[in-house]
Design a protein around this ligand. Structure first.
Ligand code: ZN
Length: 431
């Protein structure tokens, strides 16, 4: 029996060794060659699209960037479609696709918009040195869009994309999604339902990391009412505690009772209380009036909550509701929740995809790829479709300072990341 276990172990180790010693095939080497040949062109393409402002609310600019990509996808034989989103006060999305039944059906996700609107002083692609460009949206995520395009182009150029279904979805409002989501994310969700796997090309957290899970985000608001009275009566049977003590109790109990599970965080972002207040929830601002000799009649706090699964979110909400219901004397409170991004949980399917990517990376001599800490990544478009398909994200360019005027993109890594993407896609559609 011992002998047999040992034998199994040895053959298992041999298998692991064998599977990690696999290298690229002849066809794969052709793909790699094409990527290399097109790298200079891909960087020129990046420069061109970065220099077109596409802040989310610059609808014309977002569409203009979409049209540049549309032309490129038309050229490699994809059927393209601009989906207008003026209904939700956004520009629109570009979808490009091929039809087929061979291998896994893939959805590749990018976005055309950036956080830099037309009035931002940051508008231009400028080389910092021979490998780094200072570029608004160059890293988040026009670089990622380029990686998708040039990986697919390398496959098309070698005649390898004729029989598979690939949908490229470039949304035009990732940085500030159009509402309701049932309209602005409808096409993305439909594309996911037709696919087996989704790959997101948001900024990479490094060569050796990919995102198998992203936390979801949501909002909450607590509104409290107390009994207005002279402060000298506070704590007595008729007057009670007042709204400000009650809201303090609630927050303190949130901190003590709800805090704890890994990846669950919640943050009260704004709070007001007093005799009178006007709070504009959508703008997160308002004014309050109160006096030290008057017991506060009203209070409000608004915050956010991040979670790794729907179950974790629901458990947290349940605890919050229970805390809000146990009021101090003569006060009442209510809590409301808003959903924004669902979680992309660390599923077995996602981890399996990471293994495939890891093997590709290893075969290309680019080193192992590990799962990035989901606690450190914000939500993204991939989150909306994570419940329908296996997914990986963070496959885009490397760079720094996304969403700030210091944003840079590392051009030296584009070739290697495009190679890795092209081989990954090739292997998936031949599975
Ligand atoms: Zn992004």
């Amino acid at each position: 029996m011992m002998k047999r276990t040992l034998l199994v172990l040895i053959s298992f180790l041999f298998f692991i060794n064998l599977s990690f010693s696999q290298k690229t095939t002849k066809t794969e080497r052709k793909i790699l060659k094409t990527v290399t040949a097109n790298t200079a062109e891909s960087i020129e393409f990046l420069k061109k699209v970065v220099n077109i402002n596409s802040g989310t609310m610059n609808h014309k600019g977002v569409k203009a960037v979409g049209m540049v990509f549309k032309e490129a996808y038309d050229e490699i034989g994809f059927s393209t479609n601009w989906i207008d989103m003026s209904e939700v006060n956004r520009s629109g999305h570009l979808f490009a696709e091929t039809n087929g039944t061979k291998g896994k059906k893939l959805l590749l996700i990018g976005h055309l918009d950036t956080v830099f609107e037309e009035d931002s002083p940051f508008q231009e692609f400028v080389m910092v040195n021979d490998s780094i460009a200072h570029a608004p949206g160059g890293n988040d995520m026009k670089g990622g869009n380029i990686i998708i395009l040039y990986a697919l182009k390398a496959l098309v150029d070698n005649g390898l994309l004729k029989k598979s279904q690939i949908i490229v979805a470039y949304t035009g409002d990732e940085e500030s999604t159009g509402k309701p989501l049932s309209i602005s994310r409808k096409d993305l969700v439909e594309a996911a339902k037709k696919s087996d796997i989704a790959l997101g090309f948001e900024t990479s957290t490094g060569f050796n990391y990919a995102t198998v899970a992203r936390r979801g985000s949501s909002g909450w608001k607590v509104e409290v009412t107390g009994k207005r009275a002279h402060s000298s009566g506070i704590f007595n049977e008729k007057v009670g505690a007042g709204a400000i003590f009650e809201i303090s109790r609630i927050l303190n109990e949130f901190y003590n009772e709800v805090r704890g599970p890994a990846y669950l965080t919640f943050n009260p972002g704004v709070i007001m209380g007093g005799t009178q207040l006007s709070f504009e929830s959508a703008l997160s601002k308002g004014t309050a009036f109160g006096k030290s000799n008057v017991i506060a009649q009203t209070a409000v706090v608004k915050g956010g909550l991040r979670f790794i699964s729907e179950e974790q979110k629901e458990n947290a909400r349940k605890k919050m509701r229970a805390i809000v219901a146990e009021n101090l004397p003569h006060t009442s409170a209510k809590i409301s929740f808003t959903d924004s991004y669902p979680a992309m949980g660390p599923t077995d399917g996602n981890k399996e995809l990471l293994k495939i990517l890891n093997q590709v990376s290893f075969d290309l001599g680019q080193g192992r790829v590990k799962a990035y800490d989901p606690g450190k990544r914000g939500a993204a478009d991939v989150s909306f479709i994570a419940e329908y398909v296996d997914c990986l994200d963070g496959l885009g360019t490397m760079g720094k300072g996304a969403h700030t005027p210091q944003e840079t993109v590392n051009l030296n890594t584009i070739e290697d990341l495009t190679k890795r993407t092209a081989i990954l896609i090739y292997r998936l559609i031949n599975q």
